[in-house]
Design a protein around this ligand. Structure first.
Ligand SMILES: *Cc1c(COP(=O)(O)O)cnc(C)c1O
Length: 813
């Protein structure tokens, strides 16, 4: 591997600045947090709109990384490592991957389309891996960064590649084509996703087809629009339900919970059964079928394998485990590359010090077992895994390579010994090949409680943060408000993410919120908006920064600060400029100045005020008057005291509407959590929280029968009623009941009937195909929190922060 890597490095147009040899490089990384970075890593310092990996080079060098691809050498890193200096590190990564790819010569399937890419890829891997050593993109690595990383994982033992390419706008596909260089192209379903980046549907298809510039054949669902766009000299292998001109004609029929597909190719006709009934799965399965036909598999093999297709878990799921543990469910795959990804994910969770990995035998690594398990053991050490539980004959044979390890011949043996394994207070990664059926282990380890969860999409939070950041001038700092448990979304987890993103400040309402963040390991400065005088000692002890808003508070704080002999303790001064909530009024300014002049126990880190009407343009004049007053009083304070602290006045809707007054910092709140007051802006944000529950029981009641307390719903006809275990004690407003509100069952509105109870509510699911145990959605992408708030005559803030702490929060990327 090293030699091919070296060859590929030489293909990057770079200026090499360094001394020591770079011969030892055997892996590529772009993730500064990965514990797998080490002396043999080549680190590409990518620069995003809002992130810059160059900031982390110093830490990486300290942890042993010696080789970097950079745009510039940070000052404090000169002479300390080897640097390939390029103009664009992402481009360099892509050039590197393209060069690396060109060193291999075996069939590569390139997948693109709007939907189904990842599923088709996973299924093809399942269908073809009995006969091929398949390399495929891990998870859905299909972007400008994901594709090069996927391709770099190819090794000598592979003889078939399956890579997906995803694009969101024109001109991206050409770059991906150069890296993947597919020999067989599959176009999966073309839906409406990502339409914004394209003029129209044919524009979108045209762009996607660029992936297939040099392929031997394109496999697709025949349709006249696509037919016209494919270059006439390209061979095609297409299917259709009704167009006899297609290479393969298919008819389908639902039978119980399966679908029977009748396949007609030339004069050969046969049936296959697939275990799905929804149109998307059927279409994806047919894409796979087409590849098997193209590879000339016989009818029997196709029938046998297609019948075993399974639903694909596409992301690493974090679940609450038994005994205060947390589990990462990756029970559907086990290959070396995905193990690395899962270990990085485990590290990023940072929930418990103690980390256990439950791992099955690993297949298709291309390495002799002895070498493979040595490498796995190295990963286990570098990721500081506390214990390893190996399941399978091969991993058991290499038990002695691992420090704290127990092994079992198979899953059943593990299950039999489960009670003795003592799981608790730890994060457990469960990673196994499908054949090991680790879902049984997941089931044992999963906490069994009521099944209501608020799922928090951490990527969406990062995305929203960057969205607002991009509106600001580069020098302007960001304070993120994480009060009220991060607006109900989870305080510590979100704070950790924000710390990683290097926001400048966090803001909380009360001292104890700040203390629990500090105790959780947060090092960012934290401003406390509403410090009670009784909490000043605790604030000082935990290095929190109080907002001082009145003379009484100021004198009390100065007194304590003096007793404790503090010097330059950071405080924030808030002015009341019209909100009339907290803050110094203009007429106290002189006394404030007098109290602070020459005082060195405290240091004013910032001056702030808060707008009462930043979200309502009808009150534009009022907001401007607040800003003017803020300018006046803050300027006076600064000039009298001869200080230059940060100034800030904008909250989320302030950022949207009063960007001229961004001063030195803004205070971002609700926007981070995906909510905007502005309809246009709302479309640009990503949804963060999804509140889900399940159906506990279903019954059909006759006309005239009633549901719930007070018989407030009476059925007019036979009605199917589902009970959901979430009620007003979980934060669902009682006002949302009685036919006003609804939950989504299988993407269909099911109206809440009767009164919402403390812990339950009932919905009308007449005509909706659903069963007990099915998942339902209360809010998320649809309906949104804003939608519900509007119907309930309140604001999204209230809905979000009302979700009670007994509802489990589950974080995922
Ligand atoms: C909560 C709060 C914010 C954030 O407001 P959003 O509207 O959620 O952005 C900013 N400043 C102060 C003083 C706050 O209390």
């Amino acid at each position: 591997m090293s030699k091919k890597i070296l060859n590929s490095i030489q293909n990057i147009p770079a200026k090499f600045i360094g001394t020591s040899s770079t011969m030892a490089i055997d892996s590529i990384s772009i993730d500064s947090r990965s514990l797998q970075n080490g002396p043999k890593t080549l680190f590409f310092a990518l620069v995003g709109a809002n992130t810059d990996a160059h900031l982390y080079l110093k830490n990486l060098i300290a942890s042993g990384v010696q080789n970097f691809v950079v745009t510039h050498i940070p000052e404090d890193c000169e002479g300390k490592a080897n640097f390939y200096v390029v103009t664009n590190t992402l481009l360099a990564l892509q050039q590197f991957a393209a060069a690396y790819r060109s060193l291999f010569d075996f069939p590569i399937i390139g997948l693109t389309g709007s939907n189904g890419k990842t599923i088709v890829k996973e299924w093809l891997n399942f269908l073809l891996s009995p006969d091929y050593n398949v390399i495929r993109s891990p998870k859905s690595y299909n972007s400008q960064i994901g594709v090069p990383l996927s391709v770099i994982a190819i090794n000598e033992k592979h003889n078939l590649g399956i890579f997906e390419a995803g694009i969101s706008t024109v001109s991206e596909m050409e770059k991906l084509e150069k890296i993947i260089k597919p020999t067989i192209g599959i176009l999966t379903n073309i839906g409406t996703a990502h339409d914004e980046g394209f003029a129209d549907i044919s524009d979108k298809i045209k762009e996607k087809l660029k992936l297939f510039q040099d392929v031997q054949v394109i496999i697709y669902h025949k349709n006249p629009t696509i037919d016209l766009l494919i270059r006439p000299d390209t061979a095609v292998f297409c299917w259709s339900y009704n167009d006899a001109k297609a290479s393969v004609l298919i008819t389908k029929k639902g039978v119980l919970d399966k679908t029977v597909l009748t396949v007609l190719q030339n004069n050969n006709k046969f049936d296959i059964k697939i275990p799905f009934q929804d149109e998307a799965s059927i279409e994806n399965a047919i894409s796979c079928l087409m590849v098997l036909l193209y590879f000339k598999y016989d009818d029997r093999t196709i029938q046998n394998r297609m019948e075993l297709l399974y639903p694909v878990e596409m992301r690493l799921k974090v679940k609450n485990g038994i005994n205060n543990s947390s589990i990462i469910d990756d029970s559907y795959s086990s290959d070396f590359q995905s193990l690395k990804i899962a270990l990085d994910f485990l590290e990023s969770q940072k929930q418990y010090k103690k980390k256990t990995v439950i791992l099955s035998d690993i297949f298709q690594s291309g390495l002799p077992n002895d070498v493979l398990y040595s490498k796995v053991a190295e990963l286990i050490v570098s990721n500081r895994i506390t214990r390893v539980i190996g399941i399978g004959e091969t991993i058991s044979a290499f038990k002695n390579k691992f420090a704290n390890c127990s092994t079992f011949q198979n899953t059943a043996a593990f299950v039999a010994d489960f009670e003795n394994l003592d799981f608790g207070n730890e994060t457990i990664l469960i990673k196994g090949a499908r054949s090991f059926q680790f879902e049984e282990i997941v089931y044992l380890l999963e906490e069994k409680t009521h099944e209501t969860v608020l799922e928090i999409n951490l990527n969406a939070i990062s995305y929203n943060l960057n969205f607002f950041k991009s509106k600001l001038l580069p020098k302007v700092k960001i304070m993120v408000m994480v009060k009220a448990f991060g607006y109900g979304n989870g305080g510590l987890e979100i704070a950790k993410l924000l710390e990683h993103h290097k926001v400048d400040y966090l803001g909380v309402a009360f001292a104890d919120e700040g203390i629990s963040l500090k105790n959780g390991g947060i090092n960012l400065p934290i401003m406390v908006l509403n410090p009670e005088n009784t909490s000043f000692s605790a604030i000082i002890q935990h290095q929190l920064e109080p907002e001082i808003y009145c003379l009484k508070g100021l004198y009390a704080f100065l007194k304590i600060a003096k007793q404790k002999n503090l010097k330059h303790f950071p405080i924030h001064i808030k002015f009341d400029t019209g909100m009339h909530r907290l803050g110094f009024e203009e007429n106290t300014l002189d006394e404030l100045i007098a109290a602070l002049r020459g005082n060195s126990t405290v240091q004013i880190k910032s001056i702030l005020s808060h707008l009462a009407t930043s979200d309502d343009l009808e009150h534009m004049d009022f907001a401007h008057s607040q800003i003017n007053l803020f300018e006046k009083v803050s300027s006076k304070l600064m000039s009298e005291l001869q200080i230059k602290p940060l100034r800030h006045i904008l909250n989320t809707s302030g950022i949207s509407n009063f960007l001229d007054s961004q001063y030195d910092m803004v205070r971002l709140g609700i926007g981070l959590y995906g909510v905007s007051n502005d309809a246009q802006e709302q479309k640009q944000l990503e949804n963060v929280g999804t509140l889900k529950s399940v159906i506990s029981q279903i019954r059909t009641i006759a006309a005239g029968e009633s549901v719930g307390y007070g018989r407030r719903f009476v059925a007019e006809k036979p009605t199917k009623i589902a009970t959901i275990p979430i009620g007003y004690a979980d934060g669902i407003s009682r006002g949302w009941g009685d036919g006003l509100g609804f939950v989504m069952v299988k993407n269909t509105k099911a109206y809440i009937v009767g009164s919402i109870c403390m812990d339950m509510l009932m919905v009308d699911v007449t005509g909706i195909e659903c069963k007990e145990g099915d998942s339902i959605l209360i809010f998320g992408e649809n309906p949104t929190v804003s939608f519900i708030a509007q119907k309930l005559n309140t604001i999204p803030y209230e809905i979000l922060t009302s979700i009670s702490q007994r509802v489990k929060r589950v974080f995922y990327r």
